[in-house]
Design a binder for this molecule. Sequence first.
Ligand SMILES: [Zn+2]
Length: 298
Amino acid sequence: MTKSLKRGAALLLALLLCLSACAAPAPQQAEGLRVACTTYPVFLFCQTVCAGTDVEPELVVDQPLSCLHNYTLTMSDMKVIENASLLALNGAGMEEFLEDVLEDRSCLDCSEGLELLWNEEEGEPDCHTWMDPANAAVMVNNLAAGLSEADPDDADTFRANAEAAARRLEALGTALREELAPLPCRSLITFHDGFSYFARGVGMEIAASVEEEEGSEASARRIRELVALIDEKQIPAVFTEVNGPDATAKALAMERPVRVGTLSMLMSSEGVPADLQGLDAYEWALRQNARAITEAYT
Ligand SMILES: [Zn+2]
């Protein structure tokens, strides 16, 4: 090696050493399990399952959206994914928007074993699984199983937390069904088609969802159909979503004396009281939905 080449190599090495020394400090718990959750509900379930351990789940997407379809990841979302050793997914097709990013990553699919509803129009499973507390119980157990594999030392805690959570979710489902049981109208008109599991969980049905295409308001023809449906089933209210548009609901309210209520799909922490975490936040949001329906229907 010539003198100048040697000098060049030494300089390069010095540069590399400096670069690694100057790089951002290693994240905390660099050696432990670092789990990132793609959606807010999975994050809440994961918080509850990880309680009492050193595992602190992170949330990938926390934007004020009505739903995640066609979402584009931001740089900071990507950083959360890059930093994770395990990605907890909602599954059932919800993560289509980050399919490329998931390749070669260690993933935990919370939808395993769920009885999925089928979305006829889209020709794919309905991915809004978390909206039924019975599904949430399955998701919590899936999380406990996957986390235990990745972090066997905490397996007993994960399992105990999941068992307690499943019992609580069962009680929540019962409470919601009891609250809504006296309502004479059993049909809901929502904007987004993300409430079928919720309706199933609380013993109601979705008569129609307004949205024909992602985020689009109804056409004049669709409004006529919805008005006919309101008359036929004597539906006293229509529902928009947190962060969803409301022009169609308002148009329907001009045609018929229907109230306009708001339901949450719990797509982000927006609107959820800041002191609520884990299942407390999930239960709060579902109880808010039941209250919104009760108020609009009585
Ligand atoms: Zn959706």
